[in-house]
Structure formats: structure tokens, C-alpha cells
Design a protein around this ligand. Structure first.
Ligand SMILES: *Cc1c(COP(=O)(O)O)cnc(C)c1O
Length: 399
């Protein structure tokens, strides 16, 4: 076979593979498309030429467009340039990192903090730095994809417990803990697709009883609950959480991930986390903007309280159980049904993307509404009446 024809067979089979996979996703209403979206100030967005009010953005405090974050980012570019130039352990550790990590530790009440390139990178770096072969990771089944990814990378034994079911978690610990060396208990402070909170006091008690380390992913807690300080603050000292991970990409309005923990743990992470060591530092502008976002969160708990307030207006208008966070799911089951509902909302001027498997478990496709400080009560009322008009007010909430 000459070189050209063998290459074309390879190309054919590769493209054939890709097409087959895509066709399969398409027939199950699970294919995804990128939609260009021009997010404006506050909660507005333009998509396909249409002006929309967005109820699906994680920029809960609209800090991504805040004048102080913009100014901080521009000043950082003027002073330090655009790229970080190397990994943080080489020359990428520009002076802005120190302030950001000190702020994070202060806000979370820990000795130290370590900033990563993103929340995804944080979880895939932290978990394998602490756990290995012979260890046990016990995690809530609804934990974010990157917690599952980090767990797998660690080569530890992985066991999942039924969502927020501390009885199931206890059963697993009773059966498995004794067979393993170290144990990590993982959950989300605020569940990203369901909006409910993890029972951290009970999980913290279990961790103590079974000699496990409790780690929370607080991507949707920081800036929103606990006076803006996140889920551990929300539980007012009733939960001991030695490993608090989160992201700077949501309520903080910038980008990046973090771990807040004791000094020795942070020092170990900086020495072992592969997704910290082998990747370039964040652009200075992003780090400066994150610091400015945290500064606003730290000094304005009234602002941080607004998203949950808005979500509660919605749940009361919809006769749903009272929102625990600023995320409210309407589980529709079918992926097709969720897509159709999202499209009908689009026509009415609302941007609410359908969330489908594998982001959520099979048969739990949903509309996921997120509420922001800047949402107008009138728009929330219009959204609720639009949903009621579609007969969507009585669907069950997430299991
Ligand atoms: C968004 C999210 C992440 C990932 O954070 P990024 O900074 O966007 O990579 C991790 N965990 C949870 C629960 C999230 O919702």
C-alpha cells in the first residue's frame, strides 16, 4: 500500500469513528453545540441576534464586568504583561499571587491557600497528591466530573455513596475503611446541578469517627452562601473541613481554582500536584481581577446574600421547595423535553440552557436556573409565569 492510500484509510476510519459517535449522540438528543453568546453587563446576553435575560450563568454577582475587576486586570497587564511566561515554580509566580492566596486563606479561615489554573486542574492535582494505591476515596455520587477524574488519577479505591445520604456513606466506611490506609471523603458544598447543600456537620462527624479527611468542592458556595465565605461558614463552626477547594471562575468573576488548607498541606500540594507543577501560571490580569472580586465579596455580604434571595422568590412563585442556594433545577427527565423547554424560553427572551447526561444522571435532564444579584424581580416573575404557561410548574425537583 502506498503512503497516500494508507493515510486516507486512516483518515476515513478516524472520521468514520467520529461521525458514528456523533450520530449516536444526535439520535439520543445528547449532541452538544457551541452557541456564540455575547454576555453583556449584568444578566443580559445576546445569542442568535436576540436580546435575552440569562438565568444560566455562574457569574452570580456580575463581578466579571465590574469596573474594579476591569481596572485591576488592565493595571496588571500594564505592569506585568499578558502571559505568565512559565509555571509558577519557574518564573510564573508574579507578585499578584501572594495577595490572592492571602485573601483566600483569610476568607476561608485557613493558614494557607494555593491557586491553580482552574477548578478542574485543582481537583485533578489535589486528590492524587493525597491519595494513592491502597487508599480509599469515598465520594458523593453527584460530585463534579473533575472530582471523579482526580479520584481515578490517584489509583485509590473509589466508592460512591448515594447523594447526600450519610447513612449510605457510613455503611461504606464501616465496610471499607479498615481495609485501607488513608481515606478521603469528598463532596460539594453546594451541588452544582441540584442546588442543595451537603450535610457538612454530619459528614465532618463521620470523617472524625472513621479517621478520614473531609474535602469540599465549594465552586458554588464562595460569594453566595455563608455571608459570601462559602459552605463551611454557612454551617457556623459545626463542620470541620481541612480541605476546602473551589474556583475563582464563578461568583468571583475571574478564573482559576484554589485549595485552602493548613500550611503543611499547601506546601505538599505545591510539591506534588502535577496540575500545579507542570502548567503555566495564570495570566497576571486574571489573578489581579480575582483579588479584586474577593475584595468585594469580603466587604459586601449584603451583595452576596442577593442571589439566594432571588432564587427564593422564584421557588415561592413556582411552588417549589425553598431554594438552599442560587441554583434551582427543574428536572424534566427526557433530554428532548429539556431542549424543547429551553427553546421555548429562548423564544420568550430567557437564556436557560438544557442540562443533559452525562453532566447529570440518565433520565434527569433538566433546566438549571441560576439566580444572580442583578436579576430584576419583574424578570423573575415573567420567567415563572412563562414556565407556568408551558405547564412546567409542577414537575418534580431533583431526587
Ligand atoms: C465549575 C466547577 C468546577 C470547575 O471549575 P473551573 O474553574 O471552571 O474549572 C469544579 N467543581 C464544580 C462543582 C464546579 O461547578
Amino acid at each position: 500500500m502506498d503512503k497516500t492510500s494508507s493515510q486516507s484509510i486512516l483518515a476515513q476510519s478516524l472520521e468514520g469513528f467520529a461521525r458514528e459517535k456523533l450520530d449516536d449522540l444526535e439520535t439520543r438528543s445528547l449532541r452538544r453545540w457551541l452557541a456564540e453568546t455575547d454576555r453583556g453587563e449584568g444578566t443580559t446576553a445576546v445569542r442568535r441576534g436576540k436580546d435575552l435575560i440569562s438565568f444560566c450563568c455562574n457569574d452570580y454577582l456580575s463581578l466579571s464586568h465590574h469596573p474594579e475587576l476591569r481596572r485591576a486586570a488592565i493595571d496588571a497587564i500594564d505592569r506585568y504583561g499578558v502571559g505568565a511566561g512559565a509555571s509558577r515554580l519557574v518564573t510564573g509566580n508574579h507578585p499578584l499571587y501572594e495577595e490572592l492566596e492571602a485573601r483566600l486563606a483569610r476568607l476561608k479561615g485557613t493558614e494557607a491557600a494555593c491557586v491553580f489554573g482552574s477548578g478542574y486542574l485543582a481537583n485533578t492535582g489535589i486528590i492524587p497528591s493525597l491519595m494513592g494505591t491502597g487508599d480509599l476515596i469515598v465520594l458523593d455520587e453527584l460530585s463534579h466530573a473533575c472530582m471523579h477524574a482526580g479520584s481515578r488519577l490517584s489509583r485509590a479505591t473509589i466508592a460512591t455513596f448515594a447523594h447526600n445520604d450519610t447513612g449510605d456513606c457510613r455503611r461504606i466506611l464501616e465496610a471499607e475503611r479498615g481495609k485501607h490506609r488513608r481515606c478521603l471523603l469528598l463532596t460539594e458544598g453546594v451541588f452544582s446541578m441540584d442546588g442543595d447543600l451537603a450535610p457538612l456537620p454530619e459528614l465532618s462527624d463521620l470523617a472524625r469517627e472513621f479517621d478520614a479527611w473531609l474535602m469540599t468542592d465549594d465552586a458554588h458556595g464562595l460569594g453566595v452562601i455563608g455571608g459570601g465565605r462559602g459552605s463551611r461558614a454557612h454551617w457556623q463552626g459545626r463542620a470541620e473541613v481541612p480541605l476546602q477547594m473551589g474556583t475563582l471562575s464563578k461568583a468571583v468573576g475571574a478564573y482559576g481554582g484554589y485549595l485552602c488548607a493548613s500550611q503543611p498541606v499547601i506546601d505538599l500540594i505545591r510539591n506534588r500536584a502535577r496540575s500545579f507543577i507542570y502548567t503555566t501560571g495564570l495570566p497576571p490580569a486574571v489573578v489581579a481581577a480575582a483579588s479584586a472580586g474577593l475584595d468585594i465579596i469580603e466587604h459586601d455580604p449584603g451583595l452576596a446574600a442577593l442571589p439566594v434571595k432571588k432564587a427564593r422568590l422564584f421557588t415561592s412563585l413556582m411552588n417549589l421547595p425553598q431554594a438552599e442556594s442560587c441554583i434551582v433545577p427543574l428536572v424534566l427527565g427526557d433530554a428532548e423535553k429539556a431542549l424543547a423547554a429551553s427553546e421555548a424560553l429562548f423564544e420568550a427572551g430567557f437564556l436557560v440552557t438544557a442540562i443533559r447526561p452525562p453532566t447529570v444522571p440518565d433520565d434527569t435532564a433538566r433546566l438549571r436556573f441560576t439566580f444572580c444579584a442583578g436579576h430584576d424581580d419583574v424578570d423573575i416573575e415573567r420567567l415563572a409565569s412563562c414556565l407556568r404557561g408551558q405547564g412546567l410548574e409542577r414537575v418534580e425537583t431533583a431526587p
